[in-house]
Design a binder for this molecule. Structure first.
Ligand code: SAM
Length: 276
């Protein structure tokens, strides 16, 4: 089996467990959701606008955007996620998706310049070859209208080491080997079978995101920390549940979101780029 098809099989097996649907419901996931929503509200054009959520998974963002009046197309490699997205949209009034289809970020079935915004909150960090990541970004550029925005998520090169410390995974010698490999070249593989250690992925150095956007012909505007260091707080759920403390946390993270010396501490990064 070639590397690309082995990678695809590992990713499919991981997501077939169905764990993705509730990932953003609490803890660091809830902070990722809250901060991503802040950044999407800032960078997306006003509704109604056409958004394609590529790698949209079980539809958490797609449904939220549809409820806000966007025309949202969701595309994902994993059939279970597309079904879950359709189900989530059908249970909420006013959240109808324009479409939800199985598809690949590397070859979108959308016409040139047909959308106002492209979300790539997943595909870039699941492709370990730079050539394929550039293909995804170039596809996003192709389907985006001139001056439209492409918002792409990456996972930080240092996420597994920091998560390993935070949650104790580094006490497992097998995880320590995985994290050392990640620090070396960003090419994450998890041969342990433990789903807590994630699946086949690519972990970016923050500065590489701008270079990849430019190489794909996009005008890079910003690389921003999503969770920043906030995910390391011991009382994160309690803070997010208290409106006043939540606002303080989100405001502090916003003030530091573009600080280059802190970007790598954030598990997720968002690149904002435009088709010029
Ligand atoms: C961690 S989930 C994120 C889901 C959602 N976007 C979010 O941010 O919560 C990553 C998603 O990217 C999808 N994905 C990975 N590679 C892809 C590709 N080449 N084309 C389309 N979807 C892909 C996976 O199937 C998965 O649903």
């Amino acid at each position: 089996m070639g590397n690309a098809s082995r990678d695809a099989e590992e990713i499919a097996e991981y997501y077939a467990r169905g764990l993705e649907r509730d990932r953003l419901a609490g803890g660091a996931g809830a902070l990722e959701l809250a901060r991503t929503q802040v950044l999407l509200e800032r960078y997306l054009p006003e509704p109604p606008a056409v958004v394609v959520d590529v790698g949209g998974g079980p539809g958490r963002y797609a449904v939220w955007l549809a409820e806000r009046g966007y025309h949202v197309h969701l595309v994902d490699l994993v059939p279970l996620h597309v079904e879950q997205a359709r189900a989530a949209a059908s249970t909420r009034p006013g959240a109808m998706l324009a479409s939800a289809e199985v598809g690949d970020a590397r070859a979108l079935r959308l016409a040139d310049a047909s959308v106002d915004a492209v979300l790539l909150l997943g595909p870039l960090y699941h492709l370990r070859e730079r050539r394929e990541r550039l293909q995804v970004l170039a596809e996003a550029r192709r389907v985006c209208r001139p001056d439209g925005v492409v918002i792409a998520a990456a996972i930080s090169r240092f996420a597994s080491t920091l998560d390993g410390l935070h949650r104790g995974y580094l006490d497992d010698p097998a995880f320590a080997v995985v994290a050392a490999g990640d620090r070396r070249d960003g090419r994450h593989r998890n041969p342990t079978g433990n789903p807590a250690y994630f699946t086949t992925a690519y972990f970016h150095r923050p500065e590489d995101l701008a270079a990849e956007c430019s190489a794909a012909g996009l005008a890079h505007e910003a690389t921003l920390a999503v969770e920043g260091a906030g995910w390391l707080l011991a009382d994160l759920d309690a803070r997010l549940a208290d409106q006043q403390r939540r606002a303080v946390l989100l405001a502090a993270l916003a003030t530091l979101e573009a600080e280059p010396t802190l970007l790598g501490v954030s598990p997720h990064l968002l690149a904002v780029a435009r088709r010029r």
